[in-house]
Design a protein. Structure first.
Length: 70
């Protein structure tokens, strides 16, 4: 998402990789963040918990992020 002109550019390869839906959802969240921030990306402040399916992936990402900070 480019904040300056409010355009989302998606590389067509994401559809060939069969990750088009996930990419569109990801970019839609960025669009909502820019709308909420009146032109700048802002956290949405939603009180959501990850689904049981996503929880192990997020735990792994957090562990990797904590390890790389140390």
């Amino acid at each position: 998402m480019r904040e300056a002109d409010k355009k989302i550019w998606i590389n067509p390869v994401v559809f060939e990789l069969h990750i088009g839906t996930q990419t569109l959802i990801h970019e839609a969240v960025h669009a909502a963040q820019v709308c909420a921030g009146k032109g700048k990306i802002k956290t949405l402040g939603l009180n959501l918990q990850p689904s049981n399916y996503a929880r192990p992936f997020l735990s792994l990402l957090l562990a990797i992020a904590q390890h790389s900070v140390l």
